[in-house]
Structures are given as C-alpha cells and as structure tokens.
Design a binder for this molecule. Structure first.
Ligand code: GLU
Length: 445
C-alpha cells in the first residue's frame, strides 16, 4: 500500500512551491488508492505557530487535498529520544561541542585551502574525560550522526539514478545543544515509523535524502522511494524564493484564482504534458505521471492562472454559482438570466458583483461630447425600465430611423450611455436585467 506525506513546517503560509510538493504526494496516493498523511514538522517551537497550522489545513481543505491522517512531530518527542538512544547504542551518534564560531572558522580554513567545508569529525576523537571537561567548562553538547563513508545511491523518481559520496557531506547534526530534534532526524524516524513508501520533495533536499537513507538504515528501517522535483523560478528564470511570500495560496485565493486553475497548472507545469484546465482532482490524477517531469528549473508565471481561472468560472453551471449570486443580492428569479449574460464577461467570480451593481443601480453614463446630441435624442425615445427581450432591437431601430446612424456609430454610444463602458454583455440580453438607467434619470426621464 502506498503511503505518502506532505510535511510542511508551520512557520509560514503555504505558497505555490509548497502546493507543488503537496499535490504530487497527494496524487501518487490517490492514483494508487493509498493514503496521504499531513505531517506538521513543528519541532522548531520558536518558529512554529498555531496560526500557520490552521492556515495550512484551511488551504489544503480549500484545494480539496484531503489528508487521511494528521501527525505532529511535537507529539512524538519521546519517540525521537528512543530513536536517538538506539543510534547511540549502534555507535552512530556522537556528541560535539564546537561553537558556531569555531565551526565557521574551520569552514573558512578549509575553503581557503581549496577543500570542501565538510565537518572534520574532531569530536569523534574525544574520550569521555575530554567530553566531561568540556561540559564542566559550560559547553552544551549536540549530536551528530556518523555517516558511513560510502557512496549513497538511489533511483530517483524524477532525477534518475543518483549517487552521492558520503565523504562530501558533513555528518548531520540531529539534536541541537538545547535538545531540539532537527528535521533531518525527526523526518527519518517518521518516514520509517509511518511506513512512508514514497517521498516527493524539492531538489533542495537531495543531500538530506542521502543522509536520511543512511539514518533510516542505521535504525533498521527501509528508506522510501525518493523523487525530487525541480524548484520553481519566476517567468525570467529568476529565483522565486524571495517572492514566494507574495505567492501565498491564501492571497491567490483572495485575488479570486480558482482552485481548479492552481491544481491544473501545478500538476502539469514542468512536465512533458500540456497544461489544460481539468475539472477535478480525479481528472488531474488520471494523467499524472511523475516520470514525465524534468530536472530543469520550472518557470512559473502567476499570470498563467488567469486564463485557467476564466475558463473554469465560465464553464460553471448555474447551480455552482447560485450561492455566489444570492450573496451579491441577485434575486432567484433573475439568477438564470443574469448568469447567462454575465458569465462571459468575468475573469473571476468576484467580477459578478460589478455586473450586478450595473443591473441594480445603473452606471454613470459615458457620453463623448460629439455624441451628446445623438444620445439625448436616443434617450428621448427610450422608456424607463423594466425592459423586455425586444427592447434593444426596437429602440435601436427607432433611433436609427430618427438619426440615420448605423453600425458601431449607432450602438457604441448607446452602450456607453447605458453601461458606462465600451465592453460587456450582449445589450439585447442585458436590457431586461437593467433596473435603472442613470442616463435617463440624468436626462429627467
Ligand atoms: N519540513 C520539511 C520542509 O518543509 C519537509 C521536507 C520533506 O518533505 O521531507 O522542507
């Protein structure tokens, strides 16, 4: 049975990059009838906040990425302590005492000598007496995992066969001097205990994967299958990391981006398959194939979400927007006609409110000086609302006969006088929905 997980740290709002990771893991579980775990990586108590936990859940709920189980690392600290004991017993865990400044100095020296800045394992040489002495000096020990110096290899679900020389990686710190269990460790224990079979995450985790494979094996577990998706960049290939704050899912949602647009785009972007609007997660899961994704950084342009959002909202049946229409005050009796008229003129559902305001309150007329006489003449021929389906045809025929204008010169000034703008729905269909025409009121009509 396939078990995947999405493991955000609740230290901020979910952004578009997180969505990619969440979606891939969700889709793998969904396609195989497996289960999908939401795991909150919250061992960093100083930076984790309940507000973000709620935000993560709300975003996933909105997207329809429902989890089968939720886990919190902060509930599992005892388990990590036991796991740490087992690594100590296996002789793979050692206590270190260097301060950050000392470590920094070591790194600089190594770099100066043209060597990779890999931890030199000085602490491994300390005996218990030496450690006691350091403790007595007031130094707090922290714990590193001793990597076996071999090549760590795996078949990556996206990047293909990977091989990392453990000697090129520092022994990872797994427990800090203040006792905080670090993600590298907690995640290994969890992936093992929770029977995670597949882990998809960003390419920035490749080195973590190498060390976690060894940690899981040292604890007697079997590492999951790993896949690393490329990182998203901006449209010009610029790093997105600094702008991710502006690409929070909650903000995109507030701007009116449809969830179907987000899911459809992120499930295919960076793969060899075309991006197209798909109606739901079943349809999205159907063609999803991890092996179709490439290693190259993936360009993400937030403006691509709008054509998809537009296509989605315009495709909605009346019943799907009924609540929205009621919310903005469209009476039930007018809802079908209003939706028919407005749907093709909106980019997002929130645009409906503007069209309804036009129908209900009318609009300040837009009348060019050279059209003023023409419009005044035309308005004199228009009775006040309500109007019927023939009103526009009959009225414009009368105006045409009276003024001799035709085509655009006839229709456009009338449209602008009635709606205050040059674009919008078919006037014949709009007229029966107009409850006020301010140009008429202005003209004393
Ligand atoms: N909390 C980690 C992160 O957000 C999880 C990485 C992983 O999937 O293992 O980067």
């Amino acid at each position: 049975m396939t078990v995947t997980r999405f493991a955000p740290s609740p230290t901020g709002w979910l952004h578009i990059g997180n969505l990619r990771t969440a979606l891939f893991n969700y889709l793998i579980a969904r396609k195989t009838g497996g289960s999908f775990i939401l795991r909150l990586d919250d061992t960093d108590q100083a930076r984790s906040e309940e507000e973000y936990v709620d935000g993560i859940k709300a975003d996933l709920d909105w997207l329809g990425l429902h989890w089968d189980r939720i886990e919190r690392q902060s509930d599992r600290l005892d388990r990590y302590a036991t796991a740490a004991d087992s690594l100590r017993a296996a002789g793979r865990f050692y206590e270190c005492f260097e301060t950050p400044t000392e470590l920094d100095l070591k790194r600089k020296k190594q770099l100066n000598m043209g060597r990779p800045p890999v931890y030199d394992r000085a602490a491994l040489a300390l005996d218990e007496a030496a450690r006691e002495k350091l403790r007595a000096e007031g130094r707090q020990g922290y714990w590193r995992f001793e990597l076996a110096l071999e090549r760590i290899e795996w078949e990556d679900g996206i990047l293909g066969p990977l091989s990392i020389d453990a000697a090129s990686v520092s022994d990872p710190v797994l427990i800090r001097a203040d006792g905080q269990v670090l993600y590298t460790f907690a995640s290994s224990v969890d992936d093992m205990d929770m029977g995670i079979t597949h882990v998809v995450r960003g390419a920035d985790h490749v080195t973590n994967t190498a060390t976690q494979i060894q940690i899981i094996r040292a604890m007697g577990g079997t590492p999951p299958a790993f896949a690393h998706h490329s990182l998203l960049t901006g449209p010009q290939g610029e790093a997105l990391s600094k702008r991710l704050g502006t690409l929070a899912l909650r903000d995109l949602r507030a701007q009116g981006v449809a969830r179907e647009a987000l899911l459809s785009l992120l499930a295919r972007l960076g793969s060899s398959q075309p991006v197209a609007l798909r109606a739901d997660l079943d349809e999205i899961a159907e063609g999803f194939d991890l092996s179709q994704f490439g290693a190259a950084p993936t360009k993400f342009d937030a403006t691509d979400l709008w054509p998809l959002t537009r296509a989605h909202v315009q495709s909605l049946p009346l019943q799907a927007v009924a609540n929205k229409l009621a919310e903005i005050g469209v009476p039930d009796t007018l809802a079908p006609a209003f939706w028919d008229v407005a749907r093709e003129n909106i980019d997002r559902l929130d645009d409906l409110a503007g069209w309804w305001a036009l129908c209900r309150d009318g609009a300040a007329p837009e009348i060019a000086p050279e059209d003023a006489d023409f419009v005044a003449q035309a308005l004199a021929l228009l009775p006040p609302p309500p109007y019927g389906p023939q009103t526009w045809a009959e009225w414009t025929a009368q105006v045409k006969a009276a003024t001799g204008r035709k085509g655009k010169g006839l229709f456009m000034p009338l449209r602008k006088a009635l709606t205050g703008r040059g674009d919008g729905p078919d006037m014949a269909a709009l007229m029966p929905l107009l409850r006020r025409v301010r140009a008429l009121e202005d003209a004393g009509g």
